[in-house]
Design a protein around this ligand. Structure first.
Ligand code: FE2
Length: 322
């Protein structure tokens, strides 16, 4: 029973048309399928049917974070574990989310809506305009927008970071990689992964105290050059830069944060360490070193970065948690 990878996020957006335009034209993601209420998107080298779902709503918020499990049996095994724990979960029928088989939905201890799935349609371009000459590529290299290579990670906010991290590690098996801790022993942030990435999910302290929030989702570009180009595109084509370009001291990755038109924070980033050791011990960053941890080149995180996240959408219908 194991989680294999961070798969996708479903974000509710208050302006579907503007967000769709931004994610396709400016970010350079591709639509796999859509209807009047939802748009399914992926980056050019994402292998699954979608890594982002935009769903129309009155407000902007997080609907769920989707994780793929490593084999079909893991779904029922996780359900049994949740029953033993007394954790509420629901099954979502196959096809409720396009391209995806049945899935298990539940919330983390801080209230972050999660989903586990196994079956997912694999993407392979059929449009002659998109078919790559290279068998290794699900579609050809694009010429439009920021065009990140792939989806990378989730980042959420919680009032109690240590509690959320312990839950993600103990219940979901996601390994703790590094963290920032104040002299008072209060955890400011934790970064965790199930893959070799420095993190598949991060949990940061919600300094406003308003509980679980989506901080951002991250996509990966191939180089700092592409990241600088993305920054200019964000300014000129409907995004609003919040912070960066800068370089995180913790992971060593170069970053850029911006807001899409419905108010979700998005990151594109590149580089950074990978982790291969099976006996990796979480690395402690003290609050005193937090500034270089955030940006080793010296810029300070804006106040919005510490306090603003998009709310958690209370699900209704097939995927609702009781
Ligand atoms: Fe999903």
């Amino acid at each position: 029973m194991k989680i294999a990878q961070a798969g996708h996020a479903e974000l509710q957006v208050r302006d579907l048309e503007a967000s769709k335009r931004f994610f396709t034209e400016t970010m350079g993601l591709f639509v796999t399928e859509e209807d009047s209420t939802s748009v399914y998107l992926r980056a050019w080298q994402d292998w699954e049917h979608h890594t982002l779902v935009l769903t129309k709503g009155d407000t902007s918020g997080l609907v769920h974070l989707g994780w793929r499990v490593e084999d079909p049996e893991s779904l029922d095994q996780f359900a049994r574990r949740f029953e033993e724990m007394g954790l509420t979960y629901t099954w979502v029928e196959a096809g409720t989310e396009w391209g995806q088989g049945r899935a298990l939905r539940f919330s983390s201890v801080s209230g972050v809506p999660m989903e586990l799935y196994w079956e997912i349609e694999k993407y392979r371009a059929s449009d002659p305009e998109l078919v790559s000459a290279l068998p290794s590529f699900p579609q050809k290299y694009p010429t439009k927008g920021m065009a990140p290579r792939r989806f990378d990670h989730f980042n959420v906010m919680a009032n109690d970071v240590a509690r959320e991290q312990a839950w993600l590690t103990q219940v979901m098996g996601i390994k703790h990689r590094y963290y920032v801790e104040g002299a008072d022993g209060v955890r400011r942030g934790s970064w965790l992964s199930i893959s070799n990435l420095s993190h598949d999910i991060a949990v940061m302290r919600n300094h406003s105290g308003s509980g679980a929030r989506l901080h951002h989702i991250g996509y990966y570009v191939d180089s700092p050059d592409e990241l600088l180009r993305a920054a200019t595109m964000a300014v000129e084509h409907g995004g609003k830069i919040e912070w960066g370009p800068g370089k995180h001291g913790t992971s060593g990755a170069t970053f850029l944060y911006f807001f899409e038109p419905s108010g979700h924070r998005i990151e594109v980033w590149t580089g950074g360490m990978l982790i291969f050791a099976p006996d990796w011990e979480p690395i402690r960053w003290s609050q005193e070193t937090e500034v270089v941890g955030f940006d080793m080149w010296g810029s300070k995180a804006p106040e919005t970065y510490l306090r603003y996240g998009t709310e958690i959408v209370k699900a209704t219908g097939a995927g609702a948690i009781a």
